[in-house]
Design a protein around this ligand. Sequence first.
Ligand SMILES: *Cc1c(COP(=O)(O)O)cnc(C)c1O
Length: 350
Amino acid sequence: MISQRVRGLKAYKTETTPAKVKLSSNELNVDFPDYVKERIKEEVSKIPINRYPDPKAEKLKEAIAYRFGVKPENILLGNGSDELIYYLSIAVGEFNRGVFYPVPTFPMYEISARIFGRDRVEVPLDRNFDLDLPSSVKAIQEKDPVLAYFSFPNNPTGGCFSEEKINAIRNLGLFCVIDEAYYHYSKRTFLQEALKSDSLVILRTLSKIGMAGLRVGILIGREDVIYELDKMRLPFNITYPSQVIARLMLTEFYDLIEKEVQKVIREREKLFESLRSFKELEVFPSDANFILFRVKSMSADELHSKLVERGVLIRNVSYLPGLDGCLRVSIGRSEENEIFLQALHSVLSL
Ligand SMILES: *Cc1c(COP(=O)(O)O)cnc(C)c1O
């Protein structure tokens, strides 16, 4: 009795192989100091777990609004931005109108479109992994999608698309979602435009700044847009522990998070240069907390499994369109990046 729509799906893939050094999910590899853990314990021990949490997560929303420079009325929270992508793929336009996104990109746009049986208008990126504007315009005019997703910077290619090209697509009248999951690493945003528009929202998340385990995604938009979208939110979608811990981290320990993010940005530049010194690799510039590269001297599968043998897990993305031979490595702490580079060196010089 399960529908063809669902039977045809492939489950979202994550790397779960255990490894000493895990650089596969673009997390912030920070081990918070003991005084932070103590404060978390203290706050968590006060939670009445027999009670439902605040359905509106007001205190957490206030902390997020303050940090992101918006009002609580501009915010909709989700159980990760993945949940918010589901909501958008349900709420924007009728199901008989399609969803546009460039490929390769973050898989949830495709998965959510498929789940709701919507047409997928996929247009390959150009050779610089930027939007191919002529092909995009043509596809949009032919297939008339109503919703567009842009991962900005794009996961897994790492760079930001040209803002002019995004704006050109916005001008075709689609509802546009700018997924700024890596905002803290790129510092580029459509936030001000989103606050003014009834056809543009942005997505942020706490997952890439040290809180992936809490599952807090953030949609920011104009008050009236948020008001409508909030009607479909599942009640209590942010758990009590997540509300409490995320708020604590954003109020008392935000400086620490910002410092860790700055470290990753510095490490990104170092790792980029180190990777570029391998003649067997083609390395792509990144505005995010990961780097995409192509290996030319062996297959991506082989490199991936040889790194796993050496205790290093990165993401093999070579099965994605246009990414043959490509792997994606998340930026870890200095010593983790060093272990990765040594492992890479030993595999490539075999
Ligand atoms: C990691 C990632 C997300 C997922 O965010 P969650 O809040 O953890 O669900 C969303 N979009 C992009 C582009 C990502 O890379």
